[in-house]
Design a binder for this molecule. Structure first.
Ligand code: SAM
Ligand code: SF4
Length: 472
């Protein structure tokens, strides 16, 4: 039944094909020559099929895992270099009509509910801007009455309209419930960056058991990206699975099938892949989830996704701890959130007791509580270049104009100098003396590594201008 081009999600995410891939993989993983062949193919930066990835998912010995991590590091460096894109989530509303078993916002939770007013959004954006953020990911529960698409559109406009001495929010990405092609068109016209929607679980029986409310409809949810890209004309979409709901082998293979499907029908695969891992939350019986993924397996699947979809931006959030984030950066992550709040109005510290005296609660409990400036310092210490660049989006390098550059590894020729220049802007506007010293030392050294002489001179020229007060 497996048909990558079918528009029926039960066919492009074919349960039989996934189970067969797992069973084949259990045999093939014993064949060292096959593993070497797959890793050699991955090293060509051309990606892997879900069948090949299934074999890597079965690896369990430390020596082969280390070999794979080394390959993942090489692939990531080849495509994206050392830059790490920084962003923050912004929670607009916690009203939700769904009862997803794992989520603190589920409707059966008797918590305070609120949606930000436009003035409150401006306050949040001011607080985020004061931390140096230029890219936001808007989040909201699903509720057509309290949080209709018109409200989301109004919020996007408010955010883009807010201007500051140090610039503005330059890219607004959106993570809201699956919707109609017509609504996706409206989001595109509002100039969103990426539309993200996590599948949560690709395993249909688990999906149906986890979700009550409109989200219960597996097909509507799984086919959302087809509607967004083909119906709504959205160029960049981001997919992901919530690890911990079902077997991670199954989820990763299905996630890769989803990426193959989007590439086959829309001509471009996912712009980003997120790998959220289940965390404790209000009213969630965390220990009762039988498929929680441990750190060892999680690191393995991150590396495999990097090898299988080398061109994609891989996103890590503050759901993961400081030390583990470092490990994951090495094997594939290229974008991360910093200083996040998963409360509605959490940045400007608004009052979170609602009119009925109920207290609002975060969507889940975060693991990394560092301030953005401390995240940035740690990145620099580990040799990464924090990037606030949004040039691709602003210059129309999205969708099928972005992908060939990413696939050929040319994108890093744009990313590398742009990351350095936006980091220099960040230093000028937000850094303390410690970060200024180590950051500028890194920038001065890295600018010499821009391979093309003309580009190098241009970047050095911009750098001088920023240091003397000019802004993009
Ligand atoms: N409400 C929309 C939806 O469900 O598609 C928008 C996204 S929701 C605000 C953001 C994401 O948080 C969900 O897609 C889910 O994967 C994740 N999430 C929910 N509960 C979580 C938990 N307990 N731990 C980690 N991630 C969680
Ligand atoms: Fe609502 Fe999204 Fe949470 Fe489900 S995951 S309860 S849809 S906010």
């Amino acid at each position: 039944m497996y048909n990558v081009k079918s528009m029926d999600s039960n066919e492009f995410i074919d349960d039989g094909e996934i189970l067969e891939s797992i069973s084949e993989a259990k045999k093939l993983v014993k064949d060292q020559a096959e593993i070497d062949r797959i890793l050699a193919k991955a090293r060509q930066y051309k990606g892997l099929t879900h069948r090949e990835a299934a074999v890597l998912l079965e690896i369990d010995d430390d020596e082969t895992l280390e070999k794979m991590y080394k390959t993942a590091r090489e692939v990531k460096e080849e495509i994206y270099g050392k830059r790490i894109v920084i962003f923050a989530p912004l929670y607009l509303s916690n009203y939700c009509v769904n009862n997803c078993k794992y989520c603190g916002f589920k409707c059966s939770n008797k918590i305070g509910r609120h949606k930000l007013t436009q003035e409150e959004i401006r306050e949040e954006v001011r607080a985020l801007e004061a931390m140096g953020h230029k890219r936001l990911l808007l989040e909201a529960g699903e509720d057509d009455e309290n949080c209709p698409i018109e409200y989301i559109l109004e919020c996007i406009k408010t955010i883009y309209d807010e201007k500051f001495e140090n610039g503005a929010i330059r890219r607004v990405n959106i993570d809201i419930a699956a919707t109609t092609a017509e609504n996706y068109k409206k989001l595109k016209n509002a100039k969103i960056g990426t539309y993200l929607l996590f599948q949560e679980t690709y395993h249909k029986p688990t999906y149906l058991e986890m979700h009550k409310g409109p989200k219960h409809n597996y097909e509507w949810h799984t086919e959302a990206m087809d509607r967004a890209m083909l119906g709504g004309g959205i160029d960049d979409v981001g997919i992901g699975a919530l690890y911990g709901l079902y077997d991670y082998h199954y989820e990763t293979i299905a996630l890769l099938m989803h990426a193959e499907h989007l590439e086959a029908v829309a001509g471009v695969g996912p712009h980003t892949i997120s790998i959220p891992r289940l965390l404790p939350a209000e009213g969630v019986d965390y220990e009762s989830f039988p498929y929680l993924v441990n750190d060892r397996d999680f690191k393995k699947l991150v590396a495999i996704i990097r090898l299988a979809v080398p061109y994609t931006g891989m996103i890590l959030t503050t759901r993961e701890s400081v030390d583990f984030r470092k490990e994951l950066l090495e094997v594939g992550i290229s974008q991360m959130s910093a200083g996040s709040s998963v409360d509605v109005g959490g940045y400007a510290n608004r009052n979170t007791i609602d009119e009925e005296g109920l207290e609002e609660k975060p969507q889940f409990n975060l693991a990394d509580h560092r301030k953005p400036i401390d995240v940035i310092k740690d990145l620099v210490k580990d040799g990464y270049i924090p990037s606030y660049c949004t040039a691709c989006y602003r210059e129309g390098r999205t969708g099928d104009r972005f992908m060939p550059l990413a696939k050929s590894g040319q994108i890093k020729n744009c990313c590398h100098p742009n990351a350095l220049l936006t980091f220099e802007e960040y230093i000028s506007d937000y850094a303390d003396e410690e970060l200024k010293q180590m950051g500028q030392k890194m920038i001065d050294a890295e600018i010499q590594n821009v391979p093309n002489e003309k580009q190098r001179e241009r970047a050095a020229d911009y750098l001088r201008k920023i240091r003397s007060g000019a802004r993009d």
